[in-house]
Design a binder for this molecule. Structure first.
Ligand code: GLU
Length: 497
């Protein structure tokens, strides 16, 4: 299949009913990529007609998360656009008009059945082991009678009048034609008793009016896809290209993520929510790379993609409809790759907030010097203050036991450290070139492996067993502070001279 090169108009149409998770991020990313690739528009539409499920703050979190990923929209509730408003709650009157048209033309009808009656019908169907469906009682009420009852204020919904014969075929780009017998479809409600249109009508109307060319949405919409095709045809509109994206499975690959799985993930330092990933030290570049590949591939080996690469290389034809298991070790892997790919000064800016929230106040010029030393060593940004916090701490908390070299006694360790102190003290300044060689020679004289001596020094100077390169670190810390720390370490070892 050839790539569509006419400018695409694609929309991301979330419902603000909760936190923004990976699945939404991926749909928005794919939308964005198609829009940018074809020189089209990426539209954000808020589907907030379900007031019962509305979560205050969800819309803001959503926008913040998309912007964090770098997925700027061209049209949307906050930026406006030629098809405003972009919030469905502000478009109610538009849906009314099309619902009316469907009723007038015989594609939909008013239904006055009470919830009690519908519950009874359902029970009876269950007893007969039939699928739950509306039994069609109100289908045949004459239009005049229906109108009169509506005007009298009788409670009602509007249902789609599904044909009883024939079949409908919708084409999904990934799955090909999907044909369903109409008799297996329900007379779905399209307008609720409070007068608000349901997704089935509202989204179709908006997609048409907003001139959407490709609808990318979750495969949970496949069961009602035939209804959506019916609605398009009833209104005489040209259908968009339909793309139902694969679902995400929990990391084990067994089933969808539950609330409990989400909690458990948090305990392991992971999350499916985009705004958490930011705080956990993941780069938006890595998250984009990771989610892009959950359901899409470029070839069988390329795995590193920047957003620019994705804009160039993404194609709908290479989407995979099979469910994708969420794999957080892959995310770590990509995060490492993207951290190494950043210019060091840019990385310095990204790790700065993590130092601040660790209670440290790093001097930014110094942080910039340190960044190249840790760039190869961190997987997530929050590891930066763990591995490099000692540069900015006045005091280290030293455990004397840690200061004892491998296979050495405390006295031998103190003696070695003392000798190292004298050598360093005599140097005009500390740097890898000035300090390393004399200390290697010292180790030899003392019959120690360089690693034994450097291990003691590393603990003394950084307080850590694992740190950025020792001599580079000493250079940045500066001679005064290094000498002070060695003195403190000798005191901590507290071995009589
Ligand atoms: N509001 C729908 C949802 O959040 C949108 C589905 C679609 O993109 O059409 O699932």
């Amino acid at each position: 299949m050839k790539q569509n090169t006419t400018p695409a108009r694609v929309r991301f149409a979330p419902s603000p009913t909760g936190r923004t998770h990976l699945g939404s991020g991926r749909t928005a990313l794919y939308d964005y990529l198609i829009a940018r690739q074809t020189g089209g528009q990426f539209i954000l539409r808020i589907e907030d007609t379900d007031q019962k499920r509305y979560v205050p703050g969800a819309e803001q979190e959503l926008m913040d998360s998309l912007r964090w990923l770098g997925l700027e929209w061209d049209e949307g509730p906050d930026v406006g656009g030629p098809f405003a408003p972009y919030r469905q709650s502000e478009r109610k009157h538009i849906y009314q008009q099309y619902a009316q048209q469907l009723v007038n033309e015989g594609f939909a009808y008013y239904c006055f059945c009470s919830p009690e009656r519908l519950a009874h019908v359902r029970q009876e169907q269950q007893k007969r082991k039939e699928p739950p469906r509306y039994d069609g009682l109100c289908r045949n009420i004459g239009s005049e009678e229906a109108r009169r009852r509506v005007n009298d204020g009788e409670a009602h919904v509007i249902r789609f009048k599904m044909p009883h014969t024939g079949s409908i075929t919708g084409v999904d780009l990934l799955r090909g034609p999907i044909t369903v017998e109409n008799k297996n479809l329900d007379d779905y409600i399209i307008v609720k008793s409070d007068g608000l249109a349901l997704y089935h009508l509202a989204a179709m109307v908006d997609d048409h009016l907003m001139q959407i060319t490709h609808v990318l949405r979750g495969s949970e919409w496949l069961p009602t896809f035939p209804l959506h095709v019916h609605i398009y045809r009833a209104l005489g509109w040209q259908e968009p290209i339909w793309v139902h994206l694969s679902v995400f499975l929990k990391p084990s690959g067994k089933g969808k993520m539950s609330k409990r799985d989400t909690e458990l993930l948090k305990q392991d330092g992971f999350s499916i929510f985009l705004s958490d990933l930011k705080g956990l030290g993941y780069l938006p570049e890595a998250v984009n790379n990771w989610i892009a590949l959950m359901g899409w591939s470029y070839d069988d080996h390329t795995e590193f993609f920047t957003l620019e690469d994705l804009i160039e290389k993404f194609s709908l034809e290479r989407l995979n409809p099979a469910p994708a298991a969420i794999n957080f070790s892959k995310l770590d892997h990509f995060n490492g790759l993207h951290i190494r790919n950043l210019p060091p000064d840019n990385l310095a800016q990204r790790i700065l907030p993590f130092f601040l929230s660790a209670g440290l106040e790093p001097d930014f010029e110094r942080l910039k010097k340190i960044t190249p030393l840790i760039q190869e060593r961190i997987t997530t940004l929050d590891e930066a203050p763990e591995i490099a916090g000692f540069f900015f701490r006045e005091e280290l908390s030293l455990d004397p036991a840690e200061l004892v070299g491998k296979n050495m006694t405390p006295a031998e360790s103190a003696q070695a450290l003392k000798a190292a102190e004298q050598i360093l003290e005599a140097l005009p300044e500390l740097s890898p070139t000035s300090a390393e060689e004399p200390l290697r020679n010292l180790a030899e004289r003392l019959n120690l492996k360089a690693g034994q001596l450097f291990g003691i020094l590393r603990i003394a100077v950084t307080g850590q067993r694992v740190s950025p390169p020792l001599f580079e670190s000493m250079e940045i810390i500066g001679k005064d502070m290094v000498m002070k720390r060695i003195k403190q370490a000798l005191e901590a070892l507290d071995v009589p001279a």
